[in-house]
Design a protein around this ligand. Sequence first.
Ligand SMILES: Cc1ncc(COP(=O)(O)O)c(C=O)c1O
Length: 424
Amino acid sequence: MTRDEALALDAADALAPLREQFSLPPGLIYLDGNSLGVLPKATAARVQQVVQQEWGVDLIRSWNTAGWIDLPQRVGDKIARLVGAGPGELVVADSTSVNLFKVLSAALSMAQADTPKRKRIVSERSNFPTDLYIAESLARERGHELVLVEADELPAALDEHCAVLMLTHVNYRSGRMHDMAALSRMAADAGALTVWDLAHSAGAVPVDLHTDGADFAIGCGYKYLNGGPGAPAFVWAHPRHAERFWQPLAGWMGHAAPFEFTPGYRPAPGISRYLCGTPAVLSLAALECGVDTVLAAEPLGGMAALRRKSLALTRLFADQVQASCPSLTLVSPRDDAQRGSQVCLSHPQVAYPVVQALIGRSVIGDFRAGDTSHPAGAVDILRFGFTPLYLRFVDAWDAAEQLRQVLESGEWQRPEFNQRQAVT
Ligand SMILES: Cc1ncc(COP(=O)(O)O)c(C=O)c1O
């Protein structure tokens, strides 16, 4: 493809106006929305309003008058529209890790009650580490076992020992997307429950939790939902499960009547029992602005239209890189059906400095170190996330060209690009 052809795709793109919602620094090509989404223009004014008026002037009254107390449910209902959940089924609270702890505990309690002999949590070896750490700690606490397999080995691991299948829908390293419907069906047929991490899915790929037969789900607010650094996360339990157990972090905001101040815990009905402490109002206000940027695509075809553009962007970038950068290997699946909204490449030696040199040219991606503990994951990754809300086809084209120039010029060898920083 030529640069002019990429420009022509932008000119014909019905989603192009959505980019106007964002405050993007001029000249920057931002391919890291799978790590931290771009700042929406509405956020600064909204947060300022919450700070200056709702907090500064109205103070404590804002819990009622500004609806602060309902923010977890209100923003939750908006996210629900993006992941195929119903109103009142999803709340925003805490972090992804903490929400995973809650739903995995609930799922294990259900399995314990229904099928006490099942003692295994099955997951993918290359799942995001926080998911594995939480599962490992819960397994240790409850006398369960965490079994890690490769993606292709999952069906065989769904046997009479499996209590819960815990997966991240789109893998954070490879960008490979699981077939949620098929795996949830296989798990259900084997008598196991499913917990899905939607960190790289919500706002990036269409998700239909009900149709796909999921049991529990959690996800991030700061990636494709553009909620800002450390934005709160979300949690969903299928309505048939939500009230079966207390979640283990039974805080007062998950109580049926928190302002009765009674000593005994009575869980709130439905998903609200998955709240724990006081909602993070400033962060929730920012997250709502971020979620609204995704919902703004609804009149233009919603998640299906965003998905079509995301696939076209990632395909363009992958094709250009493969044609012009022979030292890089495509790690993400070429098959559209298996690829999330990111393109991951590997380089045997210099992935880190190449990413740094690209950042030096205002093309922002990130680096994920190889996992030397197992051969399939040992390779270092250059990771590029494509958020169709604000990326143009010409950005994908230019990013591939910059990557070619960085590799051919050898500028990645400069010492400043070879110093490993704390956050990669
Ligand atoms: C799949 C996945 N789960 C969880 C997290 C992070 O969880 P937390 O929001 O608790 O930091 C990430 C962060 O990148 C992730 O990629």
